[in-house]
Design a protein around this ligand. Structure first.
Ligand code: FES
Length: 158
């Protein structure tokens, strides 16, 4: 999606969202969640408007938002890769799978590749704990992954 299109959508959606939330600082997380639900990430304009709405500085908003792994600050890539780091996946090598993907596509969790093809996220649990380690690509679940299997999967997407 072109940046101008995304910006227009951001303005429309955020107006509606702000109308539904008061100016109490308790609304910070719900506002950020709702904006991200609509836009798939939190663009700088959203951070700025949330700060204005709640009477906070942008640094305050970023400070809270960056504390939570659920918030993204870059538009998602064409292929969204999510790697489970929950306990069951972690003990079966989820960290190595995440490192392998990170090396393969050259980004760390929370980033989108410069060509816009991939974004990488760390997730706490997909609820598929019988198949560790689990990777989800574009809503398809891949279980019992290894670093090598994941690299081949990504090569198939390129
Ligand atoms: S811990 Fe990975 S799917 Fe539950």
């Amino acid at each position: 999606m072109a940046t101008t299109q995304r910006t227009k959508i951001a303005k429309l959606d955020m107006t509606e969202i702000f109308e539904n939330h008061g100016r109490s600082r308790d609304n910070l997380i719900p506002l950020l969640q709702e904006i991200q639900e609509h836009l798939d990430y939190l663009p700088p304009e959203a951070i700025s408007r949330v700060a204005d709405h709640l009477g906070l500085s942008e640094n305050d908003v970023y400070g809270v938002a960056t504390f939570y792994a659920q918030f993204r600050f870059h538009p998602p890539g064409r292929h969204r890769i999510k790697v489970c780091q929950g306990t069951a996946c972690h003990v079966r090598g989820g960290g190595m799978v995440l490192d392998a993907i990170s090396r393969k596509i050259g980004i760390v969790p929370g980033e989108t590749s410069p060509d816009g093809n991939f974004s990488l996220e760390r997730v706490a649990c997909f609820g598929s704990c019988a198949l560790p380690p689990v990777v989800v690509v574009d809503d398809t679940v891949y279980g019992r992954m290894t670093a090598r299997k994941t690299e081949k999967l990504i090569e198939g997407l390129e």
